[in-house]
Write a protein that binds this ligand. Structure first.
Ligand code: PEP
Ligand code: MN
Length: 340
């Protein structure tokens, strides 16, 4: 590491290629005062008059050995992983329907949902106990209590539970109660979370980032796989665009595109993709027709009363209609596949 001392009021510190060092800043009003910072790229420290650069004891973070092909890579046209969540098989011949409220709100709400899902033969219940809300003042979820409640309902009704994990320290708390850990769109590139999820035995449902490219999405999956967990399900949930007429833009072509590049199962979330109740079923039909391995929708006993995402929540009647339509479409899809 070579400190330079230009005449101006900033000092440039460059780091060597192989070793990583720490720079400890001397007396200064700089907000970095007193903080040791890990440097692995050139850093410009403004308004710093002197810099001492001792090598510190931070261990270098080693990159993993790169495999010849990425772990998510589809090696041949029939290479397809099946990820099992409870009794559902993502990536197999069935198109798995996942349904449930945006957030776990109460025992009564979850009981009503679970009963309806059971009556329709749906195998997976989704609900967030930790909610990544845009506003810090909005309902943040039931937290640990919600996780336990979900686990209890899942066992009682023999439903697989899918719920979002927002932080590394929530993983251990959720593992005993949740069958599949969801990574939300806002966390798709939370690399520490992805690495930690590589160590869990639970499958991970990874949602596409709000504005993530396909490569970034696949690399996020690669993080989880490279750290030891092969059971990753990808979820296309719409991406940001200029038009607010729908909440996001459902990138329907991403489904066959991902399926051409990876053996991982691909599901579609038409609820967050559209954000509008009456668009959810049409978008779900499109997901089925395009060949998604699963469809995840939000549903609530009283949709307009949903604590979060009320505008996109399906009613129980909507859900019944959707299940019926998907059954018809499954027959048509099977016929199409038989001609290949
Ligand atoms: C959700 O599934 O409840 C959710 C918050 O979705 P996303 O991360 O896709 O916004
Ligand atoms: Mn939601």
């Amino acid at each position: 590491m070579t400190p330079h001392h230009p005449a101006t009021d900033h000092t440039v510190v460059t780091a060597g290629d192989t070793a990583r060092h720490c720079a400890t800043i001397g007396a200064s009003t700089d907000p970095l005062l007193g903080h040791a910072i890990a440097v692995d790229a050139p850093v410009i420290l403004t308004n710093v008059s002197s810099v001492s650069v001792p090598t510190c004891s931070v261990k270098p973070v080693t990159a993993l050995q790169k495999p010849a092909q990425p772990l998510h890579h589809k090696q041949h046209p029939h290479h397809q992983s099946v990820v099992t969540v409870g009794k559902a098989h993502f990536g197999a011949s069935e198109t798995v329907l996942v349904a449930g409220p945006c957030a776990a709100e109460s025992e009564a709400q979850l009981l009503a949902v679970a009963k309806h899902l059971k009556s329709l033969g749906v195998k997976c219940l989704r609900a967030g106990a930790f909610k990544p809300r845009t506003s810090p003042y909005a309902f943040q979820g039931m937290g640990a209590e919600g996780v336990e409640l979900l686990g209890r309902i899942g066992r009682e009704f023999d439903l697989a539970i899918i719920s979002e994990v927002m932080a590394v320290e929530q993983i251990a708390l959720m593992e005993p109660h949740v069958d599949c850990l969801q990574v939300g769109s806002r966390n798709m590139q939370n690399f520490d979370l992805l690495k930690a999820l590589g160590k869990t035995t639970r499958p991970v449902l990874l949602k596409r980032g709000l504005a993530a490219t396909i490569d970034e999405f696949l690399n996020a999956a690669e993080y989880i796989m490279a750290h030891g967990n092969p059971n990753v399900i990808l979820c296309e949930r719409g991406i940001r665009s200029f038009d607010a007429a729908t909440r996001n833009v459902l990138d329907i072509a991403a489904v066959p595109l991902l399926q051409s590049r990876t053996h991982l199962p691909v599901v579609v979330d038409p609820s967050h993709a559209t954000g509008v109740r009456h668009l959810v079923i049409p978008a779900a039909r499109a997901a089925m027709a395009v060949g998604a391995h699963g469809i995840m929708v939000e549903a609530h006993p009283m949709p307009e009363k949903s604590v979060s995402d009320a505008d996109q929540a399906l009613s129980f009647d909507d859900l019944t209609q959707l299940v019926g339509e998907l059954a018809h479409l499954a027959v048509a899809m099977q016929q199409i596949q038989n001609t290949h």
